[in-house]
Design a protein around this ligand. Structure first.
Ligand code: HEM
Ligand code: HEM
Length: 171
């Protein structure tokens, strides 16, 4: 059984699983095209912005040393693991911001927990453009990447038997 110094801190663990739920929730509540302007998916906005809000303490904690050394050690697999986590972090930041931008382009107001947020750009008529397309595709891509990430975690746990899931659990 790995010792506590090889685990993520409790707060990191809670944020990890909460974020995973929020991402799946944001994906399930997403809408595209005309419907968004007519009947904005407020739950989608809220769940997605919560992902962005949680990234702030998560990265601060990570920088402060709340993440243990990688399990895989050295070699290309460890590098791929780091790159995968890096890409997940990039998407966790980029997705909410591009979504917020897309909503602003559509002229749809965005609020979070009752606080109205400023528009990130001026509204346009017609299609919301490239950033909105990027958001839609990246929104599905993160789910595929997270699925792959989960499979890797399961492989570590049950084939390599290196206690990876314990690292991301509360006890
Ligand atoms: C949308 C869903 C998910 C996202 C966005 C996500 C994201 C991440 C990120 C960014 C890290 C790196 C944390 C860090 O080092 O700071 C991580 C670690 C981890 N994730 Fe996920 N994750 C998701 C779902 C899952 C699922 C479903 C599982 C398990 C089946 C899982 C298991 C793990 C484990 C075990 C670690 C720790 C890996 C290690 O020991 O270094 N994750 N996750
Ligand atoms: C982790 C967070 C997020 C994920 C996984 C996600 C995912 C998605 C997906 C998959 C779509 C495409 C839906 C479809 O075409 O049927 C979409 C559309 C959209 N999302 Fe998000 N989203 C997230 C965060 C946000 C946030 C925070 C906002 C706004 C504050 C937002 C605003 C929008 C808008 C306006 C569209 C419509 C874009 C268009 O039709 O061109 N999203 N989102």
């Amino acid at each position: 059984m790995p010792s506590t110094s090889f685990r993520y801190s409790k707060t990191m663990v809670i944020i990890h699983w909460l974020t995973a739920l929020l991402v799946v929730g944001a994906w399930l509540t997403a809408e595209g095209g005309r419907e968004v302007a007519q009947d904005p998916p407020l739950l989608h906005f809220t769940l997605g912005l919560a992902v962005l809000a949680l990234i702030v303490p998560r990265l601060i904690l990570r920088l402060a040393g709340a993440a243990p050394e990688a399990n895989a050690g050295r070699g290309w697999l460890a590098t791929a693991g780091k790159a995968g986590h890096g890409l997940l972090y990039l998407l966790l930041i980029g997705l909410p911001i591009t979504g917020w931008y897309a909503a602003s382009r559509m002229g749809v107001p965005v609020s979070f927990l009752g606080i109205e947020l400023p528009a990130l750009t001026a509204a346009v008529q017609g299609r919301p453009g490239l950033i909105a397309d990027l958001h839609e595709n990246a929104g599905t891509f993160i789910l595929i990447l997270a699925g792959l990430h989960a499979l890797m975690a399961i492989w570590h746990q049950f084939v390599l038997r290196d206690g990876t899931l314990q690292r991301m659990s509360l006890r």
